[in-house]
Write a protein that binds this ligand. Structure first.
Ligand SMILES: [Mg+2]
Length: 118
């Protein structure tokens, strides 16, 4: 396992990458959120106009392109968390707890609706 195989190792790698290039000055939360939205749109673009059923199994080209875009998204997200002091794992764990309260299994199971009358 290399140091990049853990989330902390990846954080250290991407921070070093940015620092070596003196890019911290460009990584304001505003700029990073815009970059994140662009990368999410690039992932979306891979599936634009593709039939939903056809998107269930990726072509080789879609898989490679998707790998590039999910990596871009994760790396910008890690930079955003670094620059704002957000603990990504703790925030995600807290959000799962909130979602569990918002969408109890007995009311939400098998339903795709966003809001559930409690
Ligand atoms: Mg990209």
């Amino acid at each position: 396992m290399s140091s990049g195989d853990s989330l902390q190792g990846l954080i250290e790698q991407v921070n070093a990458f940015a620092d070596e290039r003196d890019w911290r000055q460009f990584h304001s939360p505003k700029n990073l959120t815009m970059a994140l939205a662009v990368e999410a749109a690039e992932l979306l673009e891979i599936f634009q106009w593709v039939d939903s059923n056809d998107s269930l199994v990726l072509t080789d080209a879609q898989r490679v392109a998707s790998e590039h875009e999910v990596a871009d998204i994760l790396l910008y997200l890690l930079r955003f968390c670094e620059m704002t002091g957000i603990d990504l794992i703790a925030a995600a764990q807290d959000k799962i707890k909130l979602n569990a309260q918002k969408y109890p299994v007995e009311l939400a199971k098998g339903k795709a609706t966003r809001s559930i009358d409690l």
